[in-house]
Write a new protein. Sequence first.
Lengths: 146, 264
Amino acid sequence: MKADIIWLQEERLGEELIKSIWVPKTQLVYIFDETWLRIRKPSLKRLQFIYEVLLDLPFAIHIYRGDPAVILSALAGEAGVLQVYTFSPKDPEMKVRVHQIAKSLGVQILTPTLWIPEQTQSYRSFFKYYNSVKNQAIEAACDLPL
Amino acid sequence: MKLLSTQFNSRGALADYLTDQFSELLPADRHSISPIIGEKPPAQVIKTSIQPMAYARTRNFYSGSVSRLSPYIRHGLIERRTLAAIALAEAGEKNSEKFLQELLWGEFWHQVANQDPDLLWQDAGDYKTGYSTSDYAPELPEDIIQGHTSNACINHFIRDLTIDGYLHNHARMYLAAYVIHFRRIRWQAGAAWFLHHLIDGDVAANNLSWQWIASTFGSKPYIFNLENVTKYCGDRLDCRPQNNLELNASYEALSIRLFRQSKS
């Protein structure tokens, strides 16, 4: 898969995940979303942690602050950009926002493999949930190479 | 659209830059650089952080054997499934059960939140405290925000939250119960406060846990007393009764003080 821009999300900063679609010349972009900042009001500690993770990635990265739709449109308009990819966030509220922006711009959303697929049954009790998914969780964990 | 710098010679220089770039968001936060660094821990450190049997015995103690890897899980640097695999290989299924449960709590909260996103900020049900939502204040008072309450151990937890950006899980429960039940403040105000500070802050786990403490997502309110804090945190915190007067009571006395009693 060729990826010209990968728009990173704060919950999906794992090197292995990025490597799964990264090819040479891919541009990595992280955007401190102006709207999201006003909604969640992160502390300096949270901002710094994300920033340090971004700087620690073994890839060149461009970090912006602003409106993701505007920034991604501008970047995607540049010569040579074929496709923008992003990974679907886990945070339900962030997911709605990212999916809205992605849909409006034609960004391709990728969903990483889940440890436990979402259950169709609705649970209010943890232990009912636990008893239902425990074996599945152990099997999936045991399949991982360590 | 602003392209930000990626060249810094120290953590302090980065903090100064962020304070400048995000100044309008950080009025009271200028000097709190967390000791938790945004770099994935080496594989060996991750492995040695997972002690499933010690976790099962000591997880509720402030100095207990917890992994403290949650900031890295929250940002996708480490997968819960990988930690489960390490635990199972290290200690086997039976001895890893408590640790596995802890990992699956995170999955559970996401399952609940994805099925009903309204629960993230709206009461899932009534408070089971004898009070209604309107009896709870909508904002945190300044003494809580600043960590200057009349209870030394609560102030210590607030320091962990606001300076380190990390709080032991049991301390999160104590602090949430203090805010909601001892001070009668809406859980939403406390949940937003935690999300602001906690580096591992995850809206599903955080907010639904606050609802559970409040009793809006559960059958009864969670409370604690000084005797309980002393048992689990007494070796590290100032738990002297004279410095924690609000908390120094039996559960029976606290229930009478904190909750509206039904007339029979």
